[in-house]
Design a protein around this ligand. Structure first.
Ligand code: HEM
Length: 447
C-alpha cells in the first residue's frame, strides 16, 4: 500500500471516527433533550393535574377527600386490603350520599340513583359496565356479565334465560332435593359443622351438575376439589387484576412479567371448564341441564358456552352459599326469629319429601328472611361500576360527564343499610315482620 494510500485511509478513518464521535454526541444530546423534556412534562403534569382535578374538573363540585380527587390510589389500597366497603362507608358518613372517591369516580348510596345509572332512559345511551372491572376471560370472549354490547347481551340473555324459567327449575327439583338432604345429613353427622363450607360444597356440586352435566362430589367427599379451591384463590386476587386492567400501561407491563406458572395455572383452570363442557356436549346427559335449553337455541358459539359455564360456576355458587350462610348466622343469633321460621316450615310440611319449590315459594317468613339476608348480608357487597355514556347523563338531577365511573347506587351493602333507604334498618322489631304489600322487605328489619 502507498503512503498516499495509507494516509488517505488514515484520513478516512479519522473522518469516520470524527463523524461517529459527532453523531455519538448528537445522539447523546438528543437523548439528554428527550430525557429533559420527559422530566419537564412529568413535572408539569404532576403540578398541573392536581390543580385541574381539584379546581377545573367537571366533578370538582362533588364532595370527597382531596387526595382521592387527584388519584385513585386510596381506593386501590382499600380494594387490595379487601376493605373497600368499610373505606367507602367512612367516606359516605363523612361526605354524604354522593362521594367523589377517585378523579373520575362517584359513589352513591341514595337508592334513587339506581334508576338513573342502571336503567336506560328513552333516547339516551346506556351507562355501560366497566369491562376492566371483571377479569377478562381466558379465551378473550366476553361472558354475559362482561358483555357490554347491548345487542349481544340481549342475544345471550335470550339464549340463557329459558334455562332459568319456572319449568326448567322445576325439572331441577330432584337434584335440589338430593343436595338439600345431603347438606342436612352432613350437618347431622358432624360434631361441629362448618355451615359455610357445607353450603359451598352443595352450591358448587349443584352448579357443576347443571353446567357440566356431572357433580364435583364435594358434599360426598367432604372436601373442596382443587378446581374449586382455585376459584376461591382467584376471587382473592381479583382486586389486583382490576387495578392492572384499569391502567393500560400496567396491563402491558404485567403481560411481559407475569410469572409463567400463574398464566399456566389460569389456562389450566379454564381448560378444565372447556373439557367438562365439551364432554357434556359430546356425550349428552340423561338429566336435563343448562345445555338442553342452550344447545337447542344455537344462539351461542362454543367459546361463549365455555365462558358462560365458567361464569355460572362462580356467579351462582359462592354467592348463593354466602347468602345462605349469612341468613343462617342471623337466624342463629336471633332464636325468636329462627322459631318463627321453623314453625312456618313445619306447619306447612309433614316431612322433607313434601318440600317442593312450588310450596316453598309462597312462604312469607322464609321469603322475608331471604330478602332481609340480601339486604344486610349481600353476597356482592361492593360495587359493580358503570361508566357514564357518551354525551353524559343526569344522575339525581345533576349532569354527570361521559366517562365518569359510577358505583351504581352502591356500595350495595351501604345502600341497603343506609337509613335514608330503610326504616329503622338496625332495629330488630319484636313483632313478626312481614313483607309489605309490594313484596319487599325494605320497610322491615328482621335481623
Ligand atoms: C344470592 C345469589 C346471587 C347473587 C347475590 C347474585 C348477584 C348478581 C349480581 C349483582 C349480578 C349483576 C352483575 C352485573 O350487572 O354486572 C348478577 C348477574 C348474573 N347472575 Fe347472579 N347472583 C346470584 C345467584 C346467581 C345464580 C344462582 C346464577 C346462575 C345459576 C346467577 C347467574 C347470573 C347471571 C347469568 C348474571 C348476568 C345477567 C345479565 O347480565 O343479564 N346468579 N348476579
Amino acid at each position: 500500500m502507498t503512503r498516499f494510500g495509507e494516509s488517505s485511509i488514515t484520513a478516512m478513518t479519522s473522518l469516520q471516527i470524527n463523524s461517529v464521535a459527532v453523531s455519538g454526541q448528537d445522539t447523546f444530546a438528543a437523548d439528554t433533550t428527550a430525557l429533559q423534556c420527559t422530566i419537564i412534562l412529568f413535572v408539569l403534569v404532576a403540578v398541573s393535574y392536581p390543580i385541574y382535578a381539584l379546581y377545573l374538573h367537571p366533578l370538582r363540585t362533588y364532595p370527597g377527600p382531596k387526595l382521592s380527587a387527584i388519584t385513585r390510589m386510596p381506593y386501590w389500597i382499600a380494594c387490595l386490603k379487601g376493605d373497600q366497603v368499610r373505606w367507602m362507608n367512612k367516606l359516605h358518613n363523612q361526605y354524604g350520599s354522593v362521594v367523589r372517591f377517585g378523579p373520575d369516580d362517584l359513589s352513591y348510596t341514595d337508592g334513587r340513583a339506581w334508576r338513573d345509572i342502571c336503567l336506560v332512559p328513552k333516547g339516551k345511551k346506556e351507562n355501560g359496565k366497566e369491562v376492566g372491572f371483571h377479569a377478562p376471560s381466558a379465551n378473550g370472549v366476553p361472558n354475559i356479565v362482561c358483555q357490554n354490547d347491548i345487542a349481544h347481551h340481549a342475544r345471550l340473555r335470550r339464549a340463557l334465560s329459558p334455562a332459568f324459567s319456572d319449568k326448567a327449575l322445576k325439572a331441577q327439583e330432584p337434584l335440589l332435593q338430593k343436595y338439600a338432604n345431603l347438606v342436612v345429613a352432613r350437618g347431622r353427622e358432624a360434631v361441629e359443622a362448618d355451615i359455610s363450607e357445607l353450603l359451598n360444597f352443595a352450591t358448587f356440586d349443584i352448579m357443576a351438575d347443571f353446567a357440566f352435566g356431572e357433580s364435583l362430589h364435594m358434599l360426598e367427599k367432604g372436601q373442596y376439589s382443587d378446581w374449586v379451591a382455585k376459584v376461591f384463590n382467584s376471587i382473592r386476587v381479583l382486586p389486583f387484576v382490576q387495578m392492572i386492567e384499569f391502567y393500560p400501561l400496567a396491563k402491558k407491563i404485567f403481560a411481559l412479567i407475569e410469572p409463567r406458572a400463574i398464566s399456566r395455572m389460569r389456562h389450566e383452570h379454564f381448560n378444565h371448564t372447556v373439557m367438562r363442557v365439551n364432554k357434556r356436549l359430546n356425550e349428552g346427559s340423561e338429566k336435563q341441564d343448562l345445555w338442553d335449553f342452550v344447545v337447542g337455541s344455537e344462539a351461542l358459539t362454543l367459546k361463549e358456552m365455555h365462558v358462560n359455564a365458567e361464569l355460572f360456576m362462580a356467579a351462582g355458587t359462592e354467592t348463593t352459599a354466602s347468602l345462605l350462610t349469612g341468613v343462617t348466622h342471623y337466624l342463629i343469633a336471633n332464636p325468636d326469629k329462627m322459631k318463627i321460621l321453623t314453625d312456618e316450615i313445619r306447619m306447612r310440611f309433614q316431612s322433607s319429601q313434601d318440600i317442593t319449590l312450588e310450596d316453598l315459594a309462597p312462604l312469607p317468613y322464609l321469603n322475608a328472611c331471604i330478602r332481609e339476608g340480601l339486604r344486610v348480608y349481600p353476597p356482592v357487597p361492593s360495587a359493580l361500576p358503570r361508566v357514564v355514556a357518551e354525551g353524559g347523563n343526569s344522575i339525581l338531577g345533576k349532569w354527570v360527564p361521559a366517562g365518569t365511573r359510577t358505583l351504581v347506587g352502591t356500595e350495595l351493602q351501604l345502600t341497603d343499610r343506609s337509613s335514608s333507604n330503610t326504616l329503622a334498618p338496625t332495629k330488630i322489631p319484636k313483632a313478626m315482620p312481614l313483607p309489605n304489600e309490594t313484596g319487599t322487605t325494605v320497610l322491615s328489619a328482621i335481623f
